[in-house]
Ligand binder design. Sequence first.
Ligand SMILES: [Zn+2]
Length: 220
Amino acid sequence: MSGNETEARVRAELVAYAKKMSAAGLVAATAGNVSVRVPGADDRVAVTPSGVVYDEMRPEQVVIVDLHGHVIDSPAGEKPSYETPLHCAILRARPDAGAVFHTHAPNVSALSVLRRALVPVMDEMVVYLGGTVEVAEYAFSGTDDLAKNAVAGLGDRAGVMLANHGNICVGRDLAEAFKVAQVMEAGARIYLDALKAGTPVELPSDAIAHGRAMYEARKG
Ligand SMILES: [Zn+2]
């Protein structure tokens, strides 16, 4: 497959997953953004364009940037997402991550406003998220500080919450990162519901160790 064919496939796949994120209710309007490394060219990243409604997003509007967010190719003349510095910082810090979702999923965002870490209360939360999802220190949207704080809060796990904002989810590819985003939002909903009704009980430590081993095995 030529470089151009690879890039065309990556653009189409990125748009398909951005639409899935929107359809799943993980973002409102044009909020949120998605990025993925271009295979065979790890210094190239495809990122969703800024301010484009998901329903109308087309593959040629996807912007290719380098790992520092500089635009390499934008056939439709679109600007890369406002949160491109955040995506690039995560991809630079985590060579194992192939794709990044930034969502404003409602239950995750509510926890981020409470500044309350999401502890694993269901097995799949350890298996897919890698453990407790921390809340990164607050910084304003689009800033380098937000990117720095998110990297620190993410650690070696698959997700982090951004204080009073939303989250970052990573995976080896778009499919895995999307699954992480879905598991985190479902877990946050259960955790918040449980908090309203009583005191959530964390998983037993051997279950956390078992789930974490599965997370690490998949991460490779
Ligand atoms: Zn955001």
